[in-house]
Design a protein around this ligand. Structure first.
Ligand code: NAI
Length: 731
């Protein structure tokens, strides 16, 4: 097959360099390459649409061209619509027009008499996937970087260029619901199995395969309709979808499951279901009409703005080295030491080997070592089961981990992270032991959840190498890493801790040292207020439900059971000592600890677990009220809003204190830390965005009214008072 080009075009209508390059091959196949000049990725913009249309006009008019292949000159295909462009739109009508124009341009591809085949390598996400779906066939590169997905829901939007319907056409409604509602990515092989793509080929011959299919289509050779040729449960499902009663059931279930998760806070999810339901009942055009209107409304919604801001903040953090000096560059070590193979140590070891780093795990005894290895192996095996890893890949990853009960093999570790018990004397001891066997510049990082790093560093001979790396449990799932610097920590050390965190796939914020740093500190008054509400007789379920309805992933009492009542009881006095009266707890904790209630871990907490639960999903253990000496006011009218405000405003007030005291570098870090580390409702944008949305004056008024009722623990943060007075905003 000749690859010689007979004609190349790359100018836009206005004479500037085009986003699109067309190479017409001697065999009559036009290769259309998407390659936005000066950009690292292709995103869909208005300009992109104009250039693409012009390219297709040329292809249609050129009698020598019989078929086209659409591909990318970047490492990814097209990563989606340009979010800056979406964010700038203020009128729903403008967004709706954008959606209609995009859909029309894509429909023109589908309607073209000359077949168009998408040759996809890298990410084809959102509008990029919709563009590929508008082609007559899709060939995907077989590597792991090739991903398909409709992530719009994560930005509070829905796919606006017919993507949901095109996925449903190819793979059925269930798959369209799944991709649309989760926003998850699908790899090439899975996409092929689902019928979303027609062919998978090695990257080296991707274009050749696409050209071959394009020619076959041009010659009128029929290709098997993708998506419906495999057997098993999927086929039954598709048959079910054809039947109106089956469809009604499918959508009812989807709505129930979605509302249970979103509590109505994420309107995009409802619209995605609406559009697919309309498609099932009334067909493509009727669904497209609904889709364009919904897209218009969602683009200008508060929720979408908050979620877009989180996206921008996370993107900015990816580029942030964590230090001000641009000369300082962090170094990801090729090997780390991991002290403690418990819940956290095991998790940190896993994310490290997964990032390509060698890990030497040290625990105090064989049992600890065994537990750590078993934990890591368990995560790897789970990934093999989910077909995310082959057995060979798992073995290669696992081989990066070695374990010991002494300090051997730590000499060449760039960073040693400790996750031993939360005990200052023990942390001092292991720090000294580590410094005795490592090099002068080996970094010592502590994963403590409450002890100030400066206190740990008191035992160090080289305090500039001591830093905090605070991970969240379960480490392989939680996206945040909080890096804590003391006054002595060197910028180089901070930058290296940040670099390692990013390599491990974390979003990293850097905060200044203090008791509880940022995340543990803001959680403390929130949990404390929940304990006060309980002691006032608010029933446990009522409290948890109110906070979940506000948008928290779980209620505070459930969280306490999960984290461990013993852990909270341990941290409480540390906070009390540091922050005094403000954090005086009611005497709930001591009573619970005296009754050996630790939460889920020993199946004795606020809720029933194990055999005591008697198969019930989630029931409160009524005996806990006896332990606490409280009579729950069951049936008494409680305003959910009061419960929500009392807990959440404590959290917000403390976040503002942290910023006021210089613990946080920026409100952005505070918002990301609260959302990614603690589950503050994303659609509210984080505590600082929340204050901006409601207004500092109003937040102060409420906080002040609680102060008048409850005293000291509601003292407003000085920064809140100042901002309310000036009428200023964080952003
Ligand atoms: P864990 O009790 O599961 O694990 C601690 C491990 O350290 C045990 O395997 C123990 O044998 C080992 N160990 C004790 N002395 C040692 C020594 N001298 N040398 C080596 N290993 C030793 O505890 P977990 O939950 O993993 O917590 C560890 C640290 O992480 C604590 O400082 C905790 O505050 C912090 N943390 C815990 C979080 C959580 O959600 N569990 C979250 C964030 C931080």
């Amino acid at each position: 097959m000749s690859t010689q080009t007979v004609a190349t075009t790359q100018t836009s209508q206005d004479g500037t360099a085009s986003i699109v390059r067309i190479d017409v091959r001697p065999d009559g196949v036009a290769v259309i390459t998407l390659d936005a000049p000066g950009e690292s990725v292709n995103t869909l913009t208005e300009r992109f649409g104009t250039d693409l249309r012009a390219a297709f006009d040329l292809v249609t008019q050129d009698a020598n061209v019989t078929a086209a292949v659409l591909t990318s000159g970047k490492k990814d295909f097209v990563v989606g619509a340009n979010i800056d462009m979406l964010k700038a739109i203020t009128l729903a009508a403008d967004a709706e027009r954008l959606s209609r124009d995009g859909a029309l341009a894509f429909r023109a591809i589908k309607a073209s008499k000359k077949p168009v085949v998408a040759a996809v390598h890298g990410q084809a996400l959102g509008g990029g996937f919709e563009l590929a779906l508008a082609c007559h066939a899709i060939v995907a590169s077989d590597d792991k970087k090739t991903l398909f997905g409709l992530p719009e829901v994560q930005l509070g939007l829905l796919p606006g260029a017919n993507g949901l319907m095109r996925v449903a056409e190819r793979a059925g409604l269930q798959v369209a619901l799944d991709l649309g509602l989760t926003g998850k990515n699908t790899r090439a092989a899975k996409a092929k199995k689902l019928g979303l793509v027609d062919e998978v080929a090695p990257a080296s011959i991707l274009l050749e395969v696409a050209v071959k299919i394009a020619k076959e289509l041009a010659e009128g050779k029929p290709r098997a309709r993708p998506g419906f040729k495999f057997d098993g449960p999927h086929l039954t499902l598709l048959a079910l979808e054809k039947n109106p009663a089956g469809r009604a059931l499918l959508f009812r279930k989807a709505r129930e499951a979605t509302r249970k998760k979103t509590h109505g806070h994420y309107p995009a999810t409802e619209r995605i279901i609406d559009v697919l339901e309309r498609y099932g009942d009334k067909g493509f055009d009727a669904a497209a009409e609904l889709e364009a209107r919904a897209f218009g409304e969602l683009v200008v919604s508060e929720t979408a703005h908050r979620l877009e801001e989180i996206f921008f903040a996370t993107t900015a953090l990816k580029k942030d080295t964590g230090v001000d000096d641009p000369q300082v560059k962090g170094e990801v070590p090729s090997k780390i030491g991991m002290l403690g193979g418990g819940l956290m140590g095991g998790g940190i070891a896993y994310v490290s080997i997964n990032a390509g780093v060698q890990v030497r795990l040290k625990d105090k005894d064989d049992e600890g070592v065994g537990r750590g290895l078993h934990y890591v192996r368990g995560i790897l095996d789970e990934r093999v089961k989910k077909r995310q890893l082959s057995r060979e890949e798992r073995d290669q990853l696992f081989a990066r981990l070695t374990a010991t009960t002494d300090y051997s093999g730590l000499r060449d570790a760039g960073i040693v992270i400790e996750a031993v018990f939360e005990d200052l004397a023990l942390k001092h001891r292991v720090l000294r032991e580590v410094e005795a066997v490592t090099k002068e510049d080996t970094i010592f990082a502590s994963n403590t959840s409450s002890i100030p790093i400066g206190k740990i560093a008191e035992a160090s001979k080289r305090p500039h190498t001591v830093v905090g790396m605070h991970y969240f449990s379960p480490v392989h799932k939680m996206p945040l890493l909080e890096v804590i610097r003391t006054k002595a920590t060197s910028p180089q050390v901070v930058a290296s801790a940040v670099a390692l965190g990013k390599k491990q796939g974390k979003t990293v914020i850097v905060v200044n040292d203090g008791v509880g740093f940022y995340t543990s500190r803001i959680l403390a008054p929130y949990m404390n207020e929940a304990a006060y509400l309980l002691s006032e007789g608010v029933p446990i379920e009522t409290l948890d439900r109110a906070l979940v309805d506000w948008g928290w992933p779980v209620g505070p009492v459930t969280l306490l059971d999960e984290v461990g009542i013993d852990v909270a009881a341990h941290v409480g006095p540390i906070m009390l000592e540091a922050f005094g009266e403000r954090l005086t707890p009611p005497d709930t904790m001591s009573k619970l600890v005296a009754d050996d209630r630790k939460g889920r871990k020993n199946e004795r907490g606020f809720y029933l677990y194990g055999k005591n639960a008697k198969g019930k999903k989630k029931a409160v253990d009524p005996s806990v009220y006896t332990t606490l000496g409280i009579e729950p006011k069951v049936g008494a009218p409680v305003l959910a809003e009061e419960l929500q405000m009392r807990c959440s405003l404590q959290f917000v007030n403390e976040a503002l204190r942290c910023y006021g005291e210089g613990i946080l570098r920026t409100p952005r870090d505070g918002d990301i830390g609260a959302i990614f580390g603690l589950g503050f409702p994303p659609f509210r944008g984080g505590p600082f965005r929340y204050v901006d949305t409601i207004g500092a004056a109003e937040i102060l008024r409420r906080t002040q009214s609680y102060y008048d009722r409850f005293g000291k623990r509601w003292e407003p943060a000085p920064l809140l008072v100042e901002m309310a007075k000036k009428g200023s905003r964080f952003y």
